[in-house]
Design a protein around this ligand. Structure first.
Ligand SMILES: Nc1nc2c(ncn2[C@@H]2O[C@H](COP(=O)(O)OP(=O)(O)OP(=O)(O)O)[C@@H](O)[C@H]2O)c(=O)[nH]1
Ligand SMILES: [Mg+2]
Length: 253
């Protein structure tokens, strides 16, 4: 059994990718299930096979603790950890080949509080991978791109699991712009040139220095363009996951 967590900043396309990539994988006859870990999700573009909202909902927490929606989301993120064992058992009962996990909208609640890494560790002892989404429309700006680079590096240090990097919503960018962002991910010099060309002042300095720090760490974040609307890139994404799971890779792609 393999388990893949989809993470990314708010609105980066986690839920729609969970929906369409799981549907796509099912065509290959694998027993694929989805797990929603977002207690704050109101509507999802798929019917999760397993759902944290069966145990925790933000509305209930708001009522019980007298909190507003943001405070309740923080509490909910912490409570998720208590559900790891139960969800793990639910997964085992279903005996899937592949589990796709949709994570909370606010990535920082999942990634930077203790509960996210805990649940990734404890949910199952089977092989895991993480897919980090770079929203393509957001990432065409070099400053935003570098911010995403930084977040992926931070995440890599939080979750010691192999990661795949996806340029999400690739159908929304013209091919030329899309290729430029992919090129930045493969070629630091190209990114540096874009920073010099497009940014000025402190934005330029900040982006350049942040990018150098990341590359000094020896981390690579090669992006695979994917669209959850057109299924473009699913073959490549699947190949990357297969390589991670077959090779037990410890490194980033
Ligand atoms: N064109 C296009 N739109 C997309 C794609 N993926 C997601 N979207 C749209 O982007 C918006 C956000 O997508 P979601 O899948 O809800 O993103 P999310 O990361 O789960 O969002 P939160 O959980 O709220 O943080 C929705 O309007 C989606 O329809 C894509 O591949 N192409
Ligand atoms: Mg979502």
């Amino acid at each position: 059994m393999f388990i893949t967590f989809i993470v990314g900043t708010a609105g980066s396309g986690k839920s729609l990718l969970t929906a369409s990539f799981s549907d796509w994988l099912k065509i290959g006859k694998q027993k694929v299930i989805t797990l929603n870990l977002d207690p704050g999700a109101v509507v999802l573009p798929y019917s999760p096979d397993l759902d944290i909202r069966d145990h925790i909902t933000v509305d209930e927490i708001m009522e019980k603790y007298g909190l507003g929606p943001n405070g309740a989301l923080v509490v909910a993120a912490d409570l998720i950890a208590d559900e790891a064992e139960r969800l793990g058992k639910e997964i085992e009962e279903v005996k899937p080949d592949f589990v796709i996990v949709d994570t909370p909208g606010q990535m920082e609640l999942f990634a930077f509080r203790a509960s996210g890494p805990y649940i990734v560790d404890e949910l199952t002892k089977e092989q895991k991978a993480l897919i980090y989404l770079y929203d393509s429309v957001f990432s065409v700006d070099p400053l935003n791109y570098v911010s995403n680079l930084f977040l992926s590096a931070a995440l890599y240090n939080r979750f010691f699991v192999p990661q795949a990097y996806v340029l999400s919503k690739c159908d929304l960018l013209p091919p030329k712009e899309l290729n430029r962002v992919v090129d930045w991910s493969a070629n630091p010099k190209a990114l540096e040139m874009a920073i010099e060309e497009k940014l000025i002042g402190t934005r330029r300095l900040l982006s350049r220095d942040m990018m150098h720090v990341i590359y000094r760490l020896g981390l690579k974040f090669l992006l695979t363009p994917v669209s959850a609307k057109t299924n473009e890139g699913f073959i490549n994404l699947n190949a990357i996951l297969e390589r991670i799971f077959a090779g037990g890779e410890k490194f980033t792609y």
